[in-house]
Design a protein around this ligand. Structure first.
Ligand code: GLY
Length: 347
């Protein structure tokens, strides 16, 4: 080897070492597959774990789990019965990510199809794209045989109507209690940042990972608004060398903080899942500067949650304000308290 080529070899060896840092996880066999989700997913994590025990890939198990919630008309934050946009139309967002292949798929502002996570899986497996939105996403879903249906349930239509009647003091719609009564702060608080979503991270017994997030997004949003849930790196992310990360709550905050990818990166740097999520919440606090998003104490006046699971099967979650999340393993599903940055609700 000449001196020149030897130097080049040493340089590229050093660059290689930088490109592939030693990660804090070994390859090991877990006692049981593990799943983590938002609090609305106790049954979803149970099903995801069951599917992984049966040998399903984590991403497929995650989608099977969240479908229980997408199909539930009583969960008004996801799929069928999700709260609509300001025109009264339900628009759904979802994404999936598969650790072993490093691929992801997503759909945004999808109308009339109650299982957007399964459509996102088709985008991942049947296209060279990552994200399809609006009418293109609907056409793609129909090509793949997903049936169109009206997703606005009677209960969600009633809530939308109430919102329409309450939203403005100067239009001609009148809420019944408004005849003589003043608008209370209560309805404003109820709908100001009304979001809901399910994120589900899945770790198979061999350490492979997969993840999924699905939602109807912010209630009464401007048509076409897309939140964090279909954005890989924001509402959902996974890395097969590290684990999974995701978010629920105010999507705009999770987008601006790149929450999902940030959580996974924190774990790659050696943080526990809970600490990785707490770092993400603190990042949201640091990035939230405008007055309309702060309470009287200068704290963000909205909720946001981050969830994490690592390849060792450890899970954790954190939120701005006290809340819970769901964990599943061979023993079943259960709710656990998140690590909350603030004890008291915003004022
Ligand atoms: N995190 C759900 C949304 O904001 O759309």
């Amino acid at each position: 080897m000449t001196e020149f080529s030897r130097r080049r070899f040493l340089q590229s060896a050093a660059a290689g070492a930088l490109a592939a840092p030693a990660l804090p996880f070994g390859t090991r066999t877990l006692r049981s597959p593990v799943a983590i989700s938002s609090a609305n997913g106790v049954k979803a994590v149970e099903l995801a774990v069951q599917r992984m025990i049966e040998g399903w890939r984590p991403v497929d198990a995650a989608v099977a789990g969240v479908e229980l919630v997408e199909n539930d008309p009583n969960d008004d934050s996801v799929g069928l019965g999700g709260l609509p946009n300001e025109d009264g139309v339900v628009e759904l967002d979802a994404c999936v990510m598969d650790g072993p292949s490093g691929l992801g798929g997503a759909v945004g502002a999808l109308q009339n199809i109650k299982n957007p996570a399964a459509v996102a899986l088709k985008v991942m497996r049947h296209t060279d794209h990552v994200l399809l939105v609006g009418p293109g996403a609907l056409r793609f879903a129909k090509m793949h045989g997903f049936p169109e249906e009206n997703l606005l349930t009677e209960a969600s239509r009633q809530k939308w109507l109430e919102w329409c009647e309450q939203r403005s003091a100067v239009d001609k719609r009148i809420a019944p209690e408004e005849n003589g009564a003043e608008h209370g702060k209560e309805w404003f608080d109820k709908y100001k940042h009304k979001t809901g979503t399910i994120h589900l991270g899945a770790i198979a017994a061999n350490g492979d990972v997969g993840s999924c997030t699905t939602t109807s997004g912010l209630a009464f949003k401007i048509p076409g608004r897309v939140g964090d849930s279909p954005l890989l790196g924001c509402g959902n992310y996974c890395d097969n060398d590290v684990g999974t990360g995701g978010s629920t709550g105010r999507g705009e905050a999770a987008i601006l903080a790149n929450g999902g990818a940030f959580v996974v990166h924190q774990m790659a740097l050696g943080k526990s899942p809970t600490d990785a999520c707490l770092e993400a919440v603190k990042r949201v606090v640091r990035l939230t500067k405008v007055k309309r998003l702060l309470d009287g104490k200068g704290r963000p006046n909205f909720q946001v949650h981050f969830y994490a699971a690592n390849k060792d099967g450890k899970v954790g979650a954190a939120a701005m304000y006290a809340s819970q999340y769901a964990v599943g393993d061979e023993g079943g599903g259960r709710l656990v308290d998140v690590a909350a940055l603030y004890d008291e609700a915003p004022r």
